[in-house]
Structure formats: structure tokens, C-alpha cells
Design a protein around this ligand. Sequence first.
Ligand code: PLP
Length: 390
Amino acid sequence: MHHYIPYAQQWVDEEDIQEVLETLKSDYLTTGPKINAFEDKLKEAAGAKYAVAVANGTAALHAACFAAGIGEEDEVITTPMTFAASANCALYMGARPIFADIDPRTYNIDPKDIESKITRKTKAIIPVHFTGQPCDMDLILKLARDNGLAVIEDGAHALGAEYKGRKIGSIGDMTTFSFHPVKHITTGEGGAVTTNSEALYNKLMMFRTHGITRDSKQLLKNEGPWYYEQHFLGYNYRMTDIQAALGIKQLEKLPLFLQKRRAYVEKYNKAFSNIEELIIPYQLEAVKSSWHLYIIQLKLDKLNIGRRDVFEALRQKNIGVNVHYIPVYDHPYYRKLGYRQGQCPNAEKLYAGIITLPLFPKMKEEEADYVIESLLEVIENGKSVPVVER
Ligand SMILES: *Cc1c(COP(=O)(O)O)cnc(C)c1O
């Protein structure tokens, strides 16, 4: 039996470990110099003026929704083809997530469907750069401008991705990232928001620490050098210096990580592009994906077996396949909030036929070969035999 191959995994090396150990021996375990150093490096990687490191990607989305001024009665448009956090962040603010359907080619949110769902209550759009392929940002930004909406990009899949030569992290009002171990770089748990706006940056910084400021320019009065003020209800969403230290070293390897991911995608695409029962990921000309996920779509009408059969056959072969994602509004909690099936037919149709294959920079050539060989075998055995007319 082949050893287990997960769908994603971190790559932490000796250098990363050394940096973490040194930080543990230093004066600051949190709110120290590693945070700033990590944020500086992240600004560069995302092409943004400001970066705010936080506890995780979900906290980053929450902070961005707060900074955008999203509140009760507001509507926020996002995609159902994402992790629940992209919509939960609107609920945290008392707002209502509205789901716009996906483009069946790119699997990203469809700007035409966004447009049809804008109402007087709409406050923001949260496009998700699904699998690392940037959304159609020109159209999304135009819709936002024409309707006075904020754009918060969920870039959890898209660190290092580019849209028309611009880095993801520098385009919308704010972009959020996650540094969970399955993502491009890891800090254990971790996240960040990038922005080019100083006003948003100040709000994000305060939200991360209880809504508190020590900045003399922002204080309403000043009672002495010990003095600080809480201006609104924030959270403790800080990242530790231990995590930031890991992040600094991980960011140095981002170009290598991206290169490895892209090479494996090419390998998969080459192996699967001529298989009639499979649809490989479609890529737009104007973008450069960061390839967080490699999703293969089954042409179920050409197979005798279902998605579940293919999935289970691969798991039997010790391949940690996965499915990204269950449409967010299909979760029982969202059903309780009144969301019903059928609102985004393209997303539902896609969900029925997709499987995520292993893709991570530390993956070995031999592991990728085994995944390819296994999927081809399962598909070969599951082909529908054409009915011969007599
Ligand atoms: C991972 C992920 C998040 C949440 O990030 P955490 O760091 O796990 O909180 C949000 N959105 C998407 C699309 C993600 O993949």
C-alpha cells in the first residue's frame, strides 16, 4: 500500500524552526518586532501599502467587514463556492450574506450575477479568488464604484496570484489572507488584511486590539505617557511573534512554493487534458493563479460510477482527496437562516462533480505520479460502455 498523501500540507524546514526558537528566547513573544517585520514582508508579497497581521484568516475577514462599516440591515454579496468564513464574517456584523452564482468555467463569482443581486441594502462585495485564480476584478470594481460598495477580497487561496499584472492584495479596498497550514505559507494559525488606505489601516489596527489606540494623533485627550483609549468594541485578534517569526521565513520561500505548485498543476493538466471523462481547471489569459487547490471535475454523464465512488476509490488508495466546497448555504445553519437550495444552480452543479486532488509544494514527483495513475485507473474502470444497438 502506498503511504498516505494528504490533499495539502505545510513545508516547515530547519531555518523556520531556528527562527521560531530564537523568538522564543527573545524578549517578546507577542506585540514585538517580528510582527512588524512579517507585515513589511507581506506588504511586499501582496503589493500593498499596509498589512495588519491577525490571529487567523477568519479574524481578517471579520476585521475587514468592521473596517468597511458593515452593519445590521446591510447585505454583503459573496460566492457560495467557498469556505463558510467568507459569508460568516457578514453574519458577525449582523449583516445578511447574499449569494451570487459562479461562472461555470472559472468557478469564480460571476459579476453579472453580482449585478442582479445588488439592492439598496448592499454594502460590500466579498469576491473569493477560488483555488487561487483571481476573479474578474475590473468588472467587480466597476460594479462597486457605480453602486458605492466596498470590495473585500478573500485572498485565502491567492497569496502570490496576479490579476492583469497586479498582485492580489493591492486591488480592492482590502484583501484578507490565511496562513493555516494548508495555505501557501503558514504561521500555524494566522491571517492578515492588506490595504492601500491609511484610514482603513488605522481601523484594522485598533480592531485587532480591543478598539484601543495609543496613537497621540487619535487620542481625544492625553492624561500622560501611560494613557490609551478604547474607541469602539474590538477583539484580541493579535498574532504572536512566534507565529510571525515562522511567517517571515515562510514568506522567503513563497516564490519556490508557487513554482512547485505550478509545476505540479502542469503535470496534472498534461495527464488529464485528453481524458474525456474529466474537466481540468480552466484558466483565464489575463491572470496568474497561485494554485491553492487542484480541482478535477467529473463528467458524470460519461461515467458508470458517481463522484462518491471515485472519491472512495481514491481514499482506498490512500490518497487524501477532498471536496471544495459544499455550497455555503447548504449548511444546516444557513438553512435555519432561511437560505434554500436552488439559488445558485451553477455552484450546485459544480459541487456534484468535483474532487480536490493533492497539491502542495512538499509533494514528491513520485506522489504526483501515483495520484495520476490512480485517478486514471479509477476512471478507466468507471467508463460507461456505449450501448450497442442491434
Ligand atoms: C482558509 C480559508 C479561510 C479562513 O481562514 P482561517 O485562517 O482558517 O480562519 C477563509 N476563506 C477561505 C476561502 C479559506 O480557504
